[in-house]
Design a protein around this ligand. Structure first.
Ligand SMILES: Nc1nc2c(ncn2[C@@H]2O[C@H](COP(=O)(O)OP(=O)(O)OP(=O)(O)O)[C@@H](O)[C@H]2O)c(=O)[nH]1
Ligand SMILES: [Mg+2]
Length: 383
Protein backbone atom coordinates (compact mmCIF):
# COMPACT_ATOMS: atom_id res chain seq x y z
CA UNK A 1 0.00 0.00 0.00
CA UNK A 2 1.52 3.26 -0.98
CA UNK A 3 1.50 6.30 1.28
CA UNK A 4 -1.20 8.28 -0.53
CA UNK A 5 -3.70 5.42 -0.27
CA UNK A 6 -3.04 5.21 3.48
CA UNK A 7 -3.68 8.97 3.84
CA UNK A 8 -7.03 8.63 2.03
CA UNK A 9 -8.14 5.77 4.34
CA UNK A 10 -7.08 7.72 7.44
CA UNK A 11 -8.96 10.80 6.22
CA UNK A 12 -12.11 8.75 5.58
CA UNK A 13 -11.91 7.16 9.06
CA UNK A 14 -11.47 10.59 10.64
CA UNK A 15 -14.48 11.98 8.72
CA UNK A 16 -16.58 8.97 9.77
CA UNK A 17 -15.61 9.47 13.43
CA UNK A 18 -16.47 13.17 13.15
CA UNK A 19 -19.91 12.44 11.63
CA UNK A 20 -20.62 9.83 14.34
CA UNK A 21 -19.67 12.28 17.07
CA UNK A 22 -21.84 14.98 15.50
CA UNK A 23 -24.86 12.59 15.37
CA UNK A 24 -24.38 11.59 19.03
CA UNK A 25 -24.03 15.23 20.05
CA UNK A 26 -27.30 16.29 18.32
CA UNK A 27 -29.18 13.28 19.74
CA UNK A 28 -28.06 14.15 23.27
CA UNK A 29 -29.10 17.75 22.73
CA UNK A 30 -32.63 16.74 21.57
CA UNK A 31 -33.12 14.46 24.58
CA UNK A 32 -32.13 17.27 26.90
CA UNK A 33 -34.57 19.63 25.26
CA UNK A 34 -37.47 17.21 25.68
CA UNK A 35 -36.63 16.48 29.29
CA UNK A 36 -36.10 20.09 30.27
CA UNK A 37 -38.85 20.85 32.84
CA UNK A 38 -41.27 23.77 32.29
CA UNK A 39 -40.12 26.84 34.03
CA UNK A 40 -42.31 27.53 37.05
CA UNK A 41 -44.28 30.82 36.95
CA UNK A 42 -43.36 33.39 39.52
CA UNK A 43 -46.29 34.11 41.91
CA UNK A 44 -46.64 37.59 40.38
CA UNK A 45 -46.90 36.12 36.87
CA UNK A 46 -49.35 33.46 38.04
CA UNK A 47 -51.58 36.08 39.69
CA UNK A 48 -51.63 38.16 36.53
CA UNK A 49 -52.66 35.10 34.56
CA UNK A 50 -55.51 34.28 37.00
CA UNK A 51 -56.72 37.88 37.17
CA UNK A 52 -56.64 37.98 33.40
CA UNK A 53 -58.90 34.96 33.25
CA UNK A 54 -61.19 36.50 35.89
CA UNK A 55 -61.39 39.75 33.96
CA UNK A 56 -62.32 37.75 30.88
CA UNK A 57 -64.96 35.85 32.85
CA UNK A 58 -66.35 39.06 34.31
CA UNK A 59 -66.56 40.53 30.82
CA UNK A 60 -68.48 37.48 29.59
CA UNK A 61 -70.81 37.64 32.58
CA UNK A 62 -71.37 41.34 31.95
CA UNK A 63 -72.27 40.72 28.32
CA UNK A 64 -74.66 37.90 29.32
CA UNK A 65 -76.27 40.13 31.94
CA UNK A 66 -76.72 42.97 29.44
CA UNK A 67 -78.23 40.55 26.92
CA UNK A 68 -80.62 39.21 29.58
CA UNK A 69 -81.66 42.72 30.53
CA UNK A 70 -82.29 43.52 26.88
CA UNK A 71 -84.42 40.40 26.50
CA UNK A 72 -86.40 41.34 29.60
CA UNK A 73 -86.92 44.92 28.36
CA UNK A 74 -88.11 43.57 25.02
CA UNK A 75 -90.42 41.12 26.78
CA UNK A 76 -91.87 43.94 28.87
CA UNK A 77 -92.38 46.06 25.76
CA UNK A 78 -93.89 43.19 23.78
CA UNK A 79 -96.18 42.30 26.64
CA UNK A 80 -97.07 45.96 26.97
CA UNK A 81 -98.05 45.93 23.30
CA UNK A 82 -100.26 42.92 23.96
CA UNK A 83 -102.24 45.37 26.02
CA UNK A 84 -103.78 45.42 29.40
CA UNK A 85 -107.16 44.37 28.13
CA UNK A 86 -105.90 41.17 26.49
CA UNK A 87 -103.94 40.11 29.58
CA UNK A 88 -106.76 41.04 31.93
CA UNK A 89 -109.17 39.03 29.79
CA UNK A 90 -106.76 36.12 29.87
CA UNK A 91 -106.34 36.44 33.65
CA UNK A 92 -110.07 36.66 34.13
CA UNK A 93 -110.92 33.68 31.92
CA UNK A 94 -111.81 31.34 34.81
CA UNK A 95 -113.85 33.96 36.63
CA UNK A 96 -115.58 34.87 33.37
CA UNK A 97 -116.66 31.30 32.69
CA UNK A 98 -117.68 30.75 36.33
CA UNK A 99 -119.71 33.93 36.41
CA UNK A 100 -120.79 35.38 33.08
CA UNK A 101 -120.53 32.07 31.18
CA UNK A 102 -123.03 30.52 33.60
CA UNK A 103 -125.24 33.62 33.57
CA UNK A 104 -125.37 33.44 29.76
CA UNK A 105 -126.42 29.79 29.71
CA UNK A 106 -128.97 30.48 32.43
CA UNK A 107 -130.48 33.45 30.59
CA UNK A 108 -130.59 31.82 27.14
CA UNK A 109 -134.22 31.58 26.00
CA UNK A 110 -135.60 32.11 29.55
CA UNK A 111 -138.23 34.49 30.85
CA UNK A 112 -137.63 36.64 33.93
CA UNK A 113 -139.25 34.95 36.95
CA UNK A 114 -138.54 34.12 40.60
CA UNK A 115 -136.91 30.78 39.70
CA UNK A 116 -134.48 32.58 37.40
CA UNK A 117 -133.51 35.00 40.18
CA UNK A 118 -132.96 32.04 42.52
CA UNK A 119 -130.58 30.40 40.07
CA UNK A 120 -128.78 33.69 39.40
CA UNK A 121 -128.28 34.12 43.15
CA UNK A 122 -126.58 30.74 43.34
CA UNK A 123 -124.23 31.59 40.44
CA UNK A 124 -123.20 34.93 41.98
CA UNK A 125 -122.54 33.41 45.40
CA UNK A 126 -120.54 30.52 43.92
CA UNK A 127 -118.40 33.05 42.01
CA UNK A 128 -117.45 34.65 45.35
CA UNK A 129 -119.40 37.87 44.88
CA UNK A 130 -120.55 37.44 48.49
CA UNK A 131 -123.98 36.96 50.07
CA UNK A 132 -124.85 40.55 50.91
CA UNK A 133 -123.51 41.95 47.63
CA UNK A 134 -125.45 39.29 45.70
CA UNK A 135 -128.59 40.24 47.58
CA UNK A 136 -128.06 43.93 46.84
CA UNK A 137 -127.51 43.17 43.14
CA UNK A 138 -130.66 41.01 42.96
CA UNK A 139 -132.78 43.69 44.64
CA UNK A 140 -131.75 46.34 42.14
CA UNK A 141 -132.12 43.91 39.22
CA UNK A 142 -135.68 43.03 40.27
CA UNK A 143 -136.60 46.68 40.71
CA UNK A 144 -135.20 47.67 37.33
CA UNK A 145 -136.77 44.68 35.55
CA UNK A 146 -140.14 45.74 36.92
CA UNK A 147 -139.64 49.41 36.14
CA UNK A 148 -138.23 48.82 32.65
CA UNK A 149 -140.73 46.00 31.98
CA UNK A 150 -138.03 43.48 31.12
CA UNK A 151 -139.54 40.11 30.19
CA UNK A 152 -136.72 38.31 28.37
CA UNK A 153 -133.85 37.15 30.58
CA UNK A 154 -131.38 38.03 27.78
CA UNK A 155 -132.25 41.71 28.31
CA UNK A 156 -131.38 41.41 31.99
CA UNK A 157 -127.71 40.75 31.13
CA UNK A 158 -127.15 44.37 30.12
CA UNK A 159 -128.71 45.54 33.40
CA UNK A 160 -126.47 43.16 35.38
CA UNK A 161 -123.39 44.56 33.62
CA UNK A 162 -124.41 48.14 34.39
CA UNK A 163 -125.11 47.36 38.04
CA UNK A 164 -121.80 45.51 38.50
CA UNK A 165 -119.98 48.51 36.99
CA UNK A 166 -121.90 50.85 39.31
CA UNK A 167 -120.63 48.93 42.33
CA UNK A 168 -116.95 49.46 41.40
CA UNK A 169 -116.49 52.75 43.24
CA UNK A 170 -114.75 54.84 44.62
CA UNK A 171 -111.89 55.67 42.28
CA UNK A 172 -108.38 55.21 43.66
CA UNK A 173 -106.57 58.41 44.52
CA UNK A 174 -103.79 58.75 41.96
CA UNK A 175 -100.38 57.63 43.17
CA UNK A 176 -99.46 61.21 43.54
CA UNK A 177 -95.75 61.78 43.62
CA UNK A 178 -96.08 65.30 45.01
CA UNK A 179 -94.45 64.30 48.28
CA UNK A 180 -90.86 63.37 47.78
CA UNK A 181 -90.23 60.67 48.74
CA UNK A 182 -93.70 59.19 48.37
CA UNK A 183 -93.90 56.39 50.93
CA UNK A 184 -96.00 53.28 50.30
CA UNK A 185 -96.37 50.55 52.87
CA UNK A 186 -97.35 47.09 51.72
CA UNK A 187 -99.19 44.87 54.19
CA UNK A 188 -101.03 41.54 54.10
CA UNK A 189 -101.01 38.04 55.52
CA UNK A 190 -98.28 35.57 54.56
CA UNK A 191 -97.79 34.40 51.03
CA UNK A 192 -100.35 36.65 49.36
CA UNK A 193 -97.79 38.21 47.01
CA UNK A 194 -96.53 41.37 48.80
CA UNK A 195 -92.85 41.10 47.88
CA UNK A 196 -93.53 40.09 44.28
CA UNK A 197 -95.99 42.96 43.89
CA UNK A 198 -93.43 45.41 45.29
CA UNK A 199 -90.91 44.18 42.70
CA UNK A 200 -93.42 44.64 39.89
CA UNK A 201 -94.42 48.14 41.05
CA UNK A 202 -90.77 49.16 41.48
CA UNK A 203 -90.03 47.93 37.97
CA UNK A 204 -92.87 49.99 36.51
CA UNK A 205 -91.70 53.15 38.24
CA UNK A 206 -87.99 52.78 37.48
CA UNK A 207 -89.04 52.20 33.86
CA UNK A 208 -90.61 55.66 34.04
CA UNK A 209 -87.33 57.09 35.33
CA UNK A 210 -88.24 57.28 39.00
CA UNK A 211 -85.73 56.58 41.74
CA UNK A 212 -86.97 53.89 44.11
CA UNK A 213 -85.84 52.75 47.54
CA UNK A 214 -87.12 49.43 48.85
CA UNK A 215 -87.26 48.90 52.61
CA UNK A 216 -86.65 45.31 53.68
CA UNK A 217 -88.87 45.47 56.74
CA UNK A 218 -89.71 41.78 56.58
CA UNK A 219 -86.90 40.86 58.92
CA UNK A 220 -88.89 37.88 60.19
CA UNK A 221 -88.93 35.30 57.42
CA UNK A 222 -85.68 33.62 56.47
CA UNK A 223 -84.51 34.72 53.00
CA UNK A 224 -87.10 37.52 52.83
CA UNK A 225 -84.33 40.13 52.52
CA UNK A 226 -82.61 38.14 49.76
CA UNK A 227 -85.91 37.85 47.87
CA UNK A 228 -86.39 41.62 48.00
CA UNK A 229 -82.73 42.12 47.05
CA UNK A 230 -83.30 40.12 43.87
CA UNK A 231 -86.28 42.31 43.01
CA UNK A 232 -84.21 45.43 43.75
CA UNK A 233 -81.59 44.22 41.27
CA UNK A 234 -84.14 43.35 38.60
CA UNK A 235 -85.98 46.65 38.98
CA UNK A 236 -82.77 48.66 39.45
CA UNK A 237 -83.98 50.02 42.77
CA UNK A 238 -81.96 50.69 45.87
CA UNK A 239 -82.53 48.65 48.99
CA UNK A 240 -82.20 49.47 52.67
CA UNK A 241 -81.78 46.38 54.81
CA UNK A 242 -80.55 44.96 58.07
CA UNK A 243 -79.89 41.45 59.27
CA UNK A 244 -82.69 38.96 59.82
CA UNK A 245 -84.31 39.52 63.20
CA UNK A 246 -83.65 43.28 63.20
CA UNK A 247 -86.40 45.73 64.16
CA UNK A 248 -88.61 46.16 61.05
CA UNK A 249 -89.65 49.66 62.12
CA UNK A 250 -85.98 50.72 62.33
CA UNK A 251 -85.38 49.48 58.78
CA UNK A 252 -88.39 51.46 57.54
CA UNK A 253 -87.14 54.57 59.37
CA UNK A 254 -83.68 54.20 57.82
CA UNK A 255 -85.18 53.73 54.36
CA UNK A 256 -87.35 56.84 54.58
CA UNK A 257 -84.50 59.03 55.83
CA UNK A 258 -82.03 57.56 53.32
CA UNK A 259 -84.50 58.12 50.49
CA UNK A 260 -84.92 61.77 51.50
CA UNK A 261 -81.13 62.22 51.67
CA UNK A 262 -80.59 60.57 48.28
CA UNK A 263 -83.42 62.43 46.55
CA UNK A 264 -85.41 59.27 45.81
CA UNK A 265 -88.96 59.57 44.47
CA UNK A 266 -90.61 56.57 46.10
CA UNK A 267 -90.08 54.31 49.09
CA UNK A 268 -91.87 50.96 49.17
CA UNK A 269 -91.86 49.20 52.51
CA UNK A 270 -92.07 45.40 52.45
CA UNK A 271 -93.47 43.85 55.63
CA UNK A 272 -93.71 40.38 57.11
CA UNK A 273 -96.86 38.37 56.74
CA UNK A 274 -95.85 35.61 59.08
CA UNK A 275 -95.88 36.19 62.79
CA UNK A 276 -96.79 33.96 65.69
CA UNK A 277 -100.18 35.48 66.22
CA UNK A 278 -102.33 37.85 64.24
CA UNK A 279 -102.38 40.30 67.15
CA UNK A 280 -98.60 40.54 66.95
CA UNK A 281 -98.76 41.10 63.23
CA UNK A 282 -101.18 44.01 63.59
CA UNK A 283 -99.17 45.53 66.46
CA UNK A 284 -96.02 45.33 64.38
CA UNK A 285 -97.71 46.99 61.39
CA UNK A 286 -98.96 49.79 63.66
CA UNK A 287 -95.45 50.31 65.03
CA UNK A 288 -93.85 50.45 61.56
CA UNK A 289 -96.48 52.99 60.47
CA UNK A 290 -95.86 55.15 63.57
CA UNK A 291 -92.10 55.09 63.11
CA UNK A 292 -92.34 55.95 59.38
CA UNK A 293 -94.42 58.91 60.47
CA UNK A 294 -91.61 60.00 62.79
CA UNK A 295 -89.16 59.98 59.88
CA UNK A 296 -91.57 61.95 57.67
CA UNK A 297 -94.62 63.64 59.16
CA UNK A 298 -96.78 63.17 56.06
CA UNK A 299 -95.84 59.52 55.56
CA UNK A 300 -96.87 56.82 54.92
CA UNK A 301 -98.74 58.33 51.98
CA UNK A 302 -100.37 55.11 50.83
CA UNK A 303 -101.24 52.01 52.83
CA UNK A 304 -101.75 49.14 50.42
CA UNK A 305 -103.15 45.76 51.36
CA UNK A 306 -102.28 42.78 49.18
CA UNK A 307 -104.82 39.95 49.11
CA UNK A 308 -104.76 36.67 47.23
CA UNK A 309 -107.74 36.34 44.85
CA UNK A 310 -107.79 32.57 45.46
CA UNK A 311 -108.96 33.15 49.04
CA UNK A 312 -112.25 34.61 47.80
CA UNK A 313 -114.43 35.93 50.61
CA UNK A 314 -111.55 35.51 53.07
CA UNK A 315 -109.84 38.43 51.30
CA UNK A 316 -112.71 40.65 52.46
CA UNK A 317 -112.26 39.54 56.07
CA UNK A 318 -108.51 40.24 55.89
CA UNK A 319 -109.21 43.69 54.48
CA UNK A 320 -111.63 44.42 57.32
CA UNK A 321 -109.06 43.41 59.94
CA UNK A 322 -106.16 45.38 58.44
CA UNK A 323 -108.37 48.38 57.80
CA UNK A 324 -109.43 48.44 61.42
CA UNK A 325 -105.87 48.08 62.70
CA UNK A 326 -103.84 50.34 60.41
CA UNK A 327 -106.23 51.92 57.90
CA UNK A 328 -106.07 50.83 54.27
CA UNK A 329 -106.11 53.25 51.32
CA UNK A 330 -106.15 50.65 48.60
CA UNK A 331 -106.14 46.97 47.79
CA UNK A 332 -104.03 44.95 45.40
CA UNK A 333 -105.64 41.72 44.28
CA UNK A 334 -102.83 39.32 43.41
CA UNK A 335 -103.09 35.93 41.68
CA UNK A 336 -106.25 36.76 39.73
CA UNK A 337 -104.91 34.47 37.04
CA UNK A 338 -105.97 30.88 37.48
CA UNK A 339 -108.80 31.55 39.91
CA UNK A 340 -112.56 31.48 39.39
CA UNK A 341 -113.02 33.67 42.46
CA UNK A 342 -112.52 37.04 40.75
CA UNK A 343 -116.14 37.91 41.62
CA UNK A 344 -114.70 38.95 44.99
CA UNK A 345 -113.72 42.26 43.34
CA UNK A 346 -117.40 43.23 43.29
CA UNK A 347 -117.75 42.22 46.95
CA UNK A 348 -114.62 44.18 47.98
CA UNK A 349 -116.00 47.38 46.48
CA UNK A 350 -119.53 46.83 47.74
CA UNK A 351 -118.66 45.88 51.30
CA UNK A 352 -115.50 47.85 52.00
CA UNK A 353 -115.69 50.86 49.70
CA UNK A 354 -111.92 50.63 49.32
CA UNK A 355 -110.57 50.97 45.77
CA UNK A 356 -108.50 48.32 44.07
CA UNK A 357 -105.23 49.80 42.76
CA UNK A 358 -103.72 46.88 40.91
CA UNK A 359 -104.50 43.32 39.93
CA UNK A 360 -101.82 40.67 39.63
CA UNK A 361 -102.30 38.31 36.71
CA UNK A 362 -99.11 36.23 36.92
CA UNK A 363 -95.64 35.94 38.41
CA UNK A 364 -93.72 37.89 35.79
CA UNK A 365 -92.68 41.50 36.16
CA UNK A 366 -95.29 42.82 33.68
CA UNK A 367 -98.12 40.79 35.25
CA UNK A 368 -99.38 43.67 37.36
CA UNK A 369 -101.92 46.04 35.93
CA UNK A 370 -103.59 49.15 37.30
CA UNK A 371 -107.20 48.27 37.98
CA UNK A 372 -109.71 50.01 35.75
CA UNK A 373 -113.40 49.29 36.56
CA UNK A 374 -114.53 49.92 32.97
CA UNK A 375 -111.97 47.56 31.51
CA UNK A 376 -112.72 44.97 34.18
CA UNK A 377 -116.45 44.99 33.41
CA UNK A 378 -115.80 44.82 29.67
CA UNK A 379 -113.31 41.96 30.09
CA UNK A 380 -115.75 40.11 32.33
CA UNK A 381 -118.69 40.37 29.95
CA UNK A 382 -116.89 40.12 26.63
CA UNK A 383 -117.11 36.59 25.28
N1 LIG B 1 -99.87 33.25 39.65
C1 LIG B 1 -99.49 34.30 40.38
N2 LIG B 1 -98.57 34.12 41.36
C2 LIG B 1 -98.21 35.19 42.09
C3 LIG B 1 -98.74 36.49 41.85
N3 LIG B 1 -98.19 37.34 42.76
C4 LIG B 1 -97.34 36.60 43.52
N4 LIG B 1 -97.34 35.32 43.13
C5 LIG B 1 -96.57 34.19 43.70
O1 LIG B 1 -96.99 33.97 45.05
C6 LIG B 1 -95.92 33.46 45.84
C7 LIG B 1 -95.76 34.28 47.12
O2 LIG B 1 -95.38 35.58 46.76
P1 LIG B 1 -94.56 36.56 47.74
O3 LIG B 1 -94.41 37.83 46.99
O4 LIG B 1 -93.37 35.92 48.29
O5 LIG B 1 -95.64 36.73 48.89
P2 LIG B 1 -95.49 37.53 50.27
O6 LIG B 1 -96.82 38.07 50.61
O7 LIG B 1 -94.37 38.50 50.16
O8 LIG B 1 -95.12 36.34 51.25
P3 LIG B 1 -94.50 36.46 52.77
O9 LIG B 1 -93.40 37.43 52.68
O10 LIG B 1 -94.05 35.08 53.07
O11 LIG B 1 -95.61 36.90 53.63
C8 LIG B 1 -94.69 33.52 44.94
O12 LIG B 1 -94.45 32.24 44.43
C9 LIG B 1 -95.09 34.47 43.82
O13 LIG B 1 -94.42 34.21 42.62
C10 LIG B 1 -99.73 36.64 40.79
O14 LIG B 1 -100.29 37.70 40.52
N5 LIG B 1 -100.05 35.51 40.11
MG1 LIG C 1 -92.72 38.80 51.37
Amino acid sequence: MNQSALAVIMGAVLIAIFILLAILFFKALRKKKIREPERKLEPQEKATEVIGEKVELEKVEEVIEEAEEEIEETEVEEEGKLGFFARLKEGLSKTRSALIGKVESLFAGRKVDEKLYGELEEILITADVGVSTTQALLDVLKARAKQEEIVEAEDLKKVLKEEIRRKLQPKPISIELGSKPFVMMMVGVNGVGKTTTIGKIAHQFTHEGKKIVLAASDTFRAAAVEQLERWAERSRSEIVKQAQGADPAAVAYDAVTAAAARGADIVIVDTAGRLHTRVNLMEEMKKIKRVINKANQTAPHLMLLVVDANTGQNAIRQAEEFNEAVGIDGIILAKLDGTAKGGVIIGIYDQLKIPIYYVGVGEKVYDLRPFDPDEFTEALFES
